[in-house]
Ligand binder design. Structure first.
Ligand code: SAM
Length: 235
Protein backbone atom coordinates (compact mmCIF):
# COMPACT_ATOMS: atom_id res chain seq x y z
CA UNK A 1 0.00 0.00 0.00
CA UNK A 2 1.43 3.43 -0.86
CA UNK A 3 1.76 5.84 2.01
CA UNK A 4 -0.92 8.08 0.44
CA UNK A 5 -3.40 5.21 0.40
CA UNK A 6 -2.20 4.15 3.85
CA UNK A 7 -2.82 7.63 5.20
CA UNK A 8 -6.32 7.74 3.72
CA UNK A 9 -7.12 4.31 5.15
CA UNK A 10 -5.85 5.26 8.61
CA UNK A 11 -7.69 8.58 8.66
CA UNK A 12 -10.97 7.30 7.30
CA UNK A 13 -11.07 4.04 9.23
CA UNK A 14 -8.75 3.26 12.16
CA UNK A 15 -8.26 6.85 13.33
CA UNK A 16 -11.48 8.42 12.07
CA UNK A 17 -12.74 9.49 15.51
CA UNK A 18 -9.42 11.08 16.58
CA UNK A 19 -8.52 14.73 15.91
CA UNK A 20 -6.47 15.14 12.73
CA UNK A 21 -2.81 15.47 13.67
CA UNK A 22 0.24 15.89 11.47
CA UNK A 23 3.71 17.41 11.41
CA UNK A 24 3.69 21.19 10.90
CA UNK A 25 5.45 23.07 8.14
CA UNK A 26 8.67 23.38 10.09
CA UNK A 27 12.11 21.80 9.68
CA UNK A 28 11.55 21.41 5.93
CA UNK A 29 8.55 19.06 6.26
CA UNK A 30 7.67 18.00 2.71
CA UNK A 31 4.93 15.86 1.18
CA UNK A 32 1.50 16.01 -0.37
CA UNK A 33 -1.22 18.27 1.03
CA UNK A 34 -4.24 16.21 2.07
CA UNK A 35 -6.70 18.46 3.88
CA UNK A 36 -4.61 20.32 6.44
CA UNK A 37 -1.93 17.59 6.65
CA UNK A 38 1.37 17.27 4.82
CA UNK A 39 1.31 13.58 4.01
CA UNK A 40 4.55 11.65 3.65
CA UNK A 41 6.04 8.32 4.69
CA UNK A 42 6.89 9.48 8.24
CA UNK A 43 3.39 10.71 9.01
CA UNK A 44 1.80 7.51 7.73
CA UNK A 45 4.32 5.37 9.60
CA UNK A 46 3.84 7.10 12.95
CA UNK A 47 0.05 7.19 12.55
CA UNK A 48 0.14 3.43 11.88
CA UNK A 49 1.88 2.97 15.25
CA UNK A 50 -0.91 4.96 16.89
CA UNK A 51 -3.42 2.78 15.04
CA UNK A 52 -1.71 -0.30 16.47
CA UNK A 53 -1.88 1.19 19.96
CA UNK A 54 -5.58 1.86 19.44
CA UNK A 55 -6.30 -1.62 18.18
CA UNK A 56 -4.64 -2.99 21.31
CA UNK A 57 -6.78 -0.71 23.49
CA UNK A 58 -3.65 1.02 24.81
CA UNK A 59 -4.22 4.40 23.25
CA UNK A 60 -7.74 4.75 24.61
CA UNK A 61 -6.51 3.54 28.02
CA UNK A 62 -3.91 6.31 27.95
CA UNK A 63 -6.58 8.89 27.10
CA UNK A 64 -8.67 7.61 30.03
CA UNK A 65 -5.71 7.99 32.42
CA UNK A 66 -5.03 11.48 31.05
CA UNK A 67 -8.60 12.47 31.90
CA UNK A 68 -7.70 11.94 35.60
CA UNK A 69 -3.99 12.85 35.83
CA UNK A 70 -0.98 13.33 33.54
CA UNK A 71 -0.35 10.03 31.74
CA UNK A 72 3.30 8.95 31.71
CA UNK A 73 4.76 7.70 28.43
CA UNK A 74 8.32 6.39 28.15
CA UNK A 75 9.81 6.10 24.68
CA UNK A 76 13.19 4.45 24.24
CA UNK A 77 14.93 5.55 21.05
CA UNK A 78 12.55 8.24 19.86
CA UNK A 79 14.50 9.33 16.76
CA UNK A 80 13.65 12.86 15.68
CA UNK A 81 10.56 12.89 17.91
CA UNK A 82 7.81 12.05 15.40
CA UNK A 83 5.81 9.69 17.60
CA UNK A 84 6.32 11.94 20.62
CA UNK A 85 4.92 14.87 18.65
CA UNK A 86 1.76 13.05 17.59
CA UNK A 87 1.08 11.45 20.98
CA UNK A 88 1.60 14.75 22.82
CA UNK A 89 -0.82 16.45 20.42
CA UNK A 90 -3.43 13.74 20.95
CA UNK A 91 -2.85 13.34 24.71
CA UNK A 92 -1.84 16.80 25.94
CA UNK A 93 -2.20 15.87 29.61
CA UNK A 94 0.88 13.69 29.51
CA UNK A 95 4.48 13.52 30.64
CA UNK A 96 6.50 12.20 27.70
CA UNK A 97 9.93 10.84 28.57
CA UNK A 98 12.40 10.16 25.76
CA UNK A 99 15.51 8.05 26.43
CA UNK A 100 17.92 8.21 23.52
CA UNK A 101 21.53 8.57 22.48
CA UNK A 102 22.83 12.13 22.93
CA UNK A 103 23.45 12.35 19.18
CA UNK A 104 19.73 11.75 18.57
CA UNK A 105 18.56 14.02 21.39
CA UNK A 106 20.43 16.78 19.56
CA UNK A 107 17.65 16.48 16.98
CA UNK A 108 14.58 15.61 19.07
CA UNK A 109 15.10 18.30 21.74
CA UNK A 110 15.10 21.27 19.30
CA UNK A 111 12.39 19.63 17.17
CA UNK A 112 9.91 19.09 20.00
CA UNK A 113 10.96 22.28 21.77
CA UNK A 114 10.12 24.25 18.63
CA UNK A 115 6.82 22.48 17.96
CA UNK A 116 5.63 22.79 21.58
CA UNK A 117 6.85 26.24 22.66
CA UNK A 118 4.44 26.32 25.62
CA UNK A 119 5.69 23.04 27.06
CA UNK A 120 8.27 22.59 29.76
CA UNK A 121 11.26 20.57 28.60
CA UNK A 122 13.67 19.01 31.08
CA UNK A 123 16.98 17.54 29.97
CA UNK A 124 18.63 15.11 32.36
CA UNK A 125 22.38 15.59 32.09
CA UNK A 126 25.46 15.82 34.20
CA UNK A 127 25.88 19.51 33.72
CA UNK A 128 23.33 21.36 35.78
CA UNK A 129 20.25 20.02 33.98
CA UNK A 130 17.41 18.16 35.70
CA UNK A 131 18.62 15.19 37.71
CA UNK A 132 15.57 13.05 37.11
CA UNK A 133 12.29 13.18 35.20
CA UNK A 134 9.95 15.14 37.42
CA UNK A 135 8.03 17.82 35.62
CA UNK A 136 5.80 17.40 32.61
CA UNK A 137 5.59 17.95 29.69
CA UNK A 138 8.76 16.46 28.14
CA UNK A 139 11.81 14.95 29.77
CA UNK A 140 14.82 13.92 27.69
CA UNK A 141 17.21 11.37 29.14
CA UNK A 142 20.54 10.47 27.50
CA UNK A 143 20.99 6.70 27.49
CA UNK A 144 23.99 6.86 29.83
CA UNK A 145 21.77 8.58 32.43
CA UNK A 146 18.89 6.10 32.16
CA UNK A 147 19.07 5.35 35.88
CA UNK A 148 17.44 8.74 36.35
CA UNK A 149 14.15 7.18 35.18
CA UNK A 150 14.50 4.49 37.83
CA UNK A 151 15.30 7.08 40.49
CA UNK A 152 12.29 9.22 39.74
CA UNK A 153 9.70 6.91 41.33
CA UNK A 154 7.61 7.27 38.21
CA UNK A 155 5.00 4.76 37.18
CA UNK A 156 5.03 4.51 33.41
CA UNK A 157 1.57 4.07 31.84
CA UNK A 158 2.83 3.19 28.36
CA UNK A 159 6.34 2.32 27.15
CA UNK A 160 7.24 2.30 23.46
CA UNK A 161 10.19 1.25 21.34
CA UNK A 162 10.09 1.09 17.56
CA UNK A 163 12.92 0.12 15.21
CA UNK A 164 15.47 0.77 17.90
CA UNK A 165 16.09 -2.16 20.27
CA UNK A 166 17.21 -3.99 17.16
CA UNK A 167 20.09 -1.52 16.85
CA UNK A 168 21.33 -2.44 20.29
CA UNK A 169 23.55 -5.14 21.74
CA UNK A 170 21.73 -7.89 23.69
CA UNK A 171 22.98 -6.58 27.04
CA UNK A 172 21.55 -3.14 26.24
CA UNK A 173 18.17 -4.66 25.31
CA UNK A 174 18.21 -6.62 28.53
CA UNK A 175 19.09 -3.48 30.48
CA UNK A 176 16.01 -1.74 29.11
CA UNK A 177 13.85 -4.81 29.80
CA UNK A 178 15.01 -4.74 33.42
CA UNK A 179 14.25 -1.02 33.64
CA UNK A 180 10.78 -1.56 32.20
CA UNK A 181 10.02 -4.35 34.65
CA UNK A 182 10.78 -1.84 37.41
CA UNK A 183 9.02 1.27 36.13
CA UNK A 184 5.92 0.01 34.29
CA UNK A 185 2.76 0.73 36.28
CA UNK A 186 0.49 -2.12 37.26
CA UNK A 187 -1.49 -3.07 34.18
CA UNK A 188 0.77 -1.06 31.85
CA UNK A 189 2.23 -2.40 28.62
CA UNK A 190 5.44 -2.10 26.65
CA UNK A 191 4.73 -1.86 22.90
CA UNK A 192 7.62 -2.62 20.60
CA UNK A 193 8.20 -3.13 16.89
CA UNK A 194 11.60 -4.65 16.15
CA UNK A 195 13.23 -7.64 14.52
CA UNK A 196 13.08 -10.92 16.38
CA UNK A 197 16.54 -11.05 17.90
CA UNK A 198 15.38 -8.76 20.70
CA UNK A 199 12.99 -11.39 22.10
CA UNK A 200 15.43 -13.50 24.19
CA UNK A 201 16.90 -10.58 26.18
CA UNK A 202 13.43 -9.05 26.67
CA UNK A 203 11.96 -12.39 27.76
CA UNK A 204 14.27 -12.56 30.73
CA UNK A 205 12.39 -9.71 32.40
CA UNK A 206 9.04 -9.35 30.63
CA UNK A 207 6.31 -11.60 29.33
CA UNK A 208 5.23 -11.42 25.71
CA UNK A 209 1.52 -10.86 25.11
CA UNK A 210 -0.32 -11.34 21.82
CA UNK A 211 0.47 -8.92 18.99
CA UNK A 212 -1.79 -5.87 19.18
CA UNK A 213 -3.10 -6.06 15.63
CA UNK A 214 -1.92 -9.01 13.54
CA UNK A 215 -3.66 -7.70 10.45
CA UNK A 216 -2.84 -3.99 10.64
CA UNK A 217 0.91 -4.14 10.06
CA UNK A 218 3.23 -6.37 8.14
CA UNK A 219 6.07 -5.92 10.64
CA UNK A 220 6.28 -7.72 13.95
CA UNK A 221 4.56 -5.65 16.65
CA UNK A 222 4.50 -7.05 20.16
CA UNK A 223 3.15 -6.18 23.59
CA UNK A 224 5.03 -7.06 26.76
CA UNK A 225 4.14 -6.95 30.41
CA UNK A 226 5.99 -7.28 33.63
CA UNK A 227 5.31 -10.80 34.90
CA UNK A 228 4.84 -9.85 38.55
CA UNK A 229 2.44 -7.12 37.60
CA UNK A 230 0.37 -9.41 35.41
CA UNK A 231 -0.38 -11.52 38.47
CA UNK A 232 -1.16 -8.41 40.51
CA UNK A 233 -3.36 -7.06 37.74
CA UNK A 234 -5.27 -10.32 37.39
CA UNK A 235 -5.81 -10.75 41.15
C1 SAM B 1 16.06 3.74 13.48
S1 SAM B 1 15.86 4.94 14.74
C2 SAM B 1 14.15 4.70 15.12
C3 SAM B 1 13.52 5.95 15.56
C4 SAM B 1 12.01 5.83 15.86
N1 SAM B 1 11.77 5.02 17.02
C5 SAM B 1 11.25 5.29 14.68
O1 SAM B 1 10.62 4.24 14.78
O2 SAM B 1 11.29 5.95 13.63
C6 SAM B 1 16.68 4.19 16.14
C7 SAM B 1 16.65 5.01 17.40
O3 SAM B 1 17.22 4.23 18.45
C8 SAM B 1 18.12 5.03 19.17
N2 SAM B 1 19.10 4.22 19.92
C9 SAM B 1 20.10 3.44 19.44
N3 SAM B 1 20.79 2.88 20.46
C10 SAM B 1 20.20 3.31 21.62
C11 SAM B 1 20.45 3.09 23.01
N4 SAM B 1 21.44 2.31 23.44
N5 SAM B 1 19.62 3.68 23.91
C12 SAM B 1 18.59 4.49 23.50
N6 SAM B 1 18.33 4.73 22.20
C13 SAM B 1 19.12 4.16 21.27
C14 SAM B 1 18.74 5.90 18.08
O4 SAM B 1 19.42 7.02 18.61
C15 SAM B 1 17.48 6.27 17.30
O5 SAM B 1 16.80 7.33 17.91
Amino acid sequence: MSFGAGYTFLRSYLLRDLPEVSFPTKFGEAGWRVGSAIVNYDLTYYLSLIADLRLAGLFDALVAIAARRPAVVLEIGGGFGGLACLIRKLVPNSHYIVVDLPESLVFSVPYLGTLFPQDSLALVNGDGGAERPAVPDFTFVPNHRVDAVRGANLRVDLAVNTMSLDEMAPHQVEGYARLLSEVLADGAFFFEVNVDHVVPPLSRHLRQIAPPSPWARSERAVLWRDTKKIRYWQA
